[in-house]
Design a protein around this ligand. Sequence first.
Ligand SMILES: [Ca+2]
Length: 286
Amino acid sequence: MPIGIQSRMQTAHTARSAAGEDDRALVARIIGGDSAAFEILMRRHNGALFRTARAILRDDADAEDALQEAYLAAYRNLGAFRGDARLSTWLTRIVINQAADDGGTPVQFPDIFMDDVVVQVTDGHNLVGNSNFEGAFTDGWTGGGASVIISSTIAKSGTHSLSVTGRTTTTVGPSYAMPIGAAEYNVVFNALHTGASMHGLVLQSTYTCLGATTTVAVPITTVANLAGNTWTQLGGTVALPPPDAPAGCQLTDAAVSVRQAETGTCGGGVECPDLFVDDVTITLKQ
Ligand SMILES: [Ca+2]
């Protein structure tokens, strides 16, 4: 650094005011050899830069030393200042690095993670795509290995419902995949079976915790002794994860589904009729 600059650094308090002078113009003057411009830079930024160094080093004298080193570094590297950041930001970075080099606590720039983000969905029609299936969509629906088909059997109005056919166990039925964030929902399913006998239907939530190998079913409500080809409404609330889930359960999947209340393998002595759902709404509980 030229002697002139050093002496002016020591007598910055006598420098003339340069209020309003643009930082970029100031930098251009310094690079052009105007040593008076550098003391204007120091006057303008000294207070904030000192506070930055003092916060890291927790000592006035150490902060002064770091600041002097930082000014020298700034002077040497001023050509690298491109003006796309504020000069104060650029200088602050130099001071932080110098203070850390001088034994201050290194400034941390940790990675930032997000988890369990809940997006508020107030319209259940959006959540299930098309609650009445009039668009003939099966998005989000599965049949647990059995086939999900679009049917013209309807609950109230419209033209379509969904059906699960070819079931092999009583526990399989139309299942809608839920978001796996923690939330509570109000759920309403209209359901129907086509059995020759009466059957019970269960509305249930199912979930799996991270690292667990089994999916747990939690009954929401049950309708018993339902005759075939008769629509019934099943509704209730769903908490995800459920209150009785293992502590620390991180959901890897969650769903709401309808199944047959009787247990067993389909065929032989167990009738497993097709199961239908229509006019489904799933809304966040307020
Ligand atoms: Ca419908």
